[in-house]
Design a binder for this molecule. Structure first.
Ligand SMILES: Nc1ncnc2c1ncn2[C@@H]1O[C@H](COP(=O)(O)OP(=O)(O)OP(=O)(O)O)[C@@H](O)[C@H]1O
Length: 328
């Protein structure tokens, strides 16, 4: 492994976590480079939080290990704690304390020198709330305070677990700005999210997780490029029309039959069916569109909501797992 390489700050190797008969994390390995935003992206229950907690030393792995700055989280936890900052869920903040009091309390936990409180709170745009009680903060302000508390020991690595879940768009954007600024300052950030827009915007590299495993890991651009297609074409066909088009007794069901035909159209590299929406991944969208329209006419099918767009991380996830990132 490459822990000795200066640009590898975190090494995760063969992590496994079981809860009884259920395996929540099932052999996860990756490296996080110094100074990058490393995104863990996957649907709820993919194992992102459990993986992060093992990286933070908060949960013992059943197999494998995680090392942060060379320190093993199983055996050198006090060293690990000096170099990491962990954003706590805002529900666990002390409501009755003021912003200044809670920040001072967190700073008092550390033996290492901590950051001055004024500039720290300024960096998360909370300087005006210094004397305000935590319980009076909005959801976004609480999340920003949680980030400030994670930064109090000036850590090398900051862990952010779904930092924008439940926030309104403006509060999310403010948090994104803070995260990008931290990266500009040279912090290494491990971020879990189930929002693909957030992962794509913030992450230098993304680890796509599903069912406790890593399904892909690369830069957002390379992940999308790995689809091998520039564009997707989406449309719907009425279910009744699909059944009729497939005839009385289709050999393998109407959807399968149409899939074979759509896959044979010019430029199509792959197809997917999400609920009742068809997705064609195409190298040559213009040729595919022409062929698709001719095919629909020949089949006497109406294509509804026909549109084209460029590939997204959602497409990558569907391509790798056959399932959607979003909850149905
Ligand atoms: N203490 C526990 N006991 C039993 N099962 C658990 C425990 N903690 C987590 N799990 C299960 O392990 C799986 C992975 O959970 P985890 O929280 O790591 O996923 P996640 O990707 O972070 O999802 P979420 O976005 O919901 O937090 C889930 O199915 C969850 O129900």
């Amino acid at each position: 492994m490459t822990t000795n390489q200066p640009d590898t700050l975190i090494e995760v190797s063969g992590l496994v976590k079981r809860y009884g008969a259920f395996t929540a994390v099932n052999g996860v390995s990756f490296e996080v480079r110094r100074g990058e935003v490393f995104g863990l992206l996957g649907p709820n229950g993919a194992g992102k939080t459990t993986t992060m907690e093992m990286m933070e030393g908060l949960r013992q792995p059943d197999e494998g290990y995680a090392k942060v700055a060379g320190y093993d989280t199983r055996t050198q936890l006090s060293k690990v704690k000096e170099v990491i900052g962990v954003q706590l869920q805002s529900t666990s903040l002390f409501d009755l304390l003021t912003v200044r009091e809670i920040t001072e309390m967190y700073a008092s936990f550390y033996k290492v020198p901590t950051l001055p409180i004024g500039p720290l709170l300024e960096s998360v745009m909370l300087e005006e709330k210094l004397r305000g009680r935590v319980k009076h903060l909005s959801g976004g302000q609480k999340q920003r305070l949680a980030i400030a508390l994670a930064l109090v020991n000036d850590p090398q690595v900051v862990f952010l677990d779904e930092p924008t879940t439940g926030l309104d768009p403006q509060a999310r954007r403010m948090l994104w700005d803070i995260i990008l600024r931290l990266r500009d300052q040279g912090k290494t950030i491990v971020l879990s999210t189930h929002y693909m827009d957030e992962a794509e915007l913030l992450s230098d590299r993304i680890c796509l997780m599903d069912s406790g495993r890593v399904v892909a890991l690369d830069t957002p651009r390379e992940l999308i490029r790995s689809l091998g297609t520039e564009s997707t074409i989406e449309f719907r066909i009425a279910a009744a029309a699909v059944a009729a088009a497939a005839g009385e007794a289709p050999p393998s069901g109407p959807a399968e039959e149409l899939t074979d035909e759509l896959r044979a159209l010019e430029g199509v590299r792959d197809t997917a069916l999400r609920k009742d929406s068809w997705v064609l991944y195409s190298d040559a969208p213009q040729a595919t569109l022409t062929a698709l329209i001719a095919w629909a006419e020949h089949r006497a099918l109406d294509l509804a909501e026909l549109r084209t767009r460029t590939g997204t991380l959602e497409d990558v996830f569907i391509h790798m797992t056959g399932r959607s990132l979003r909850e149905e």
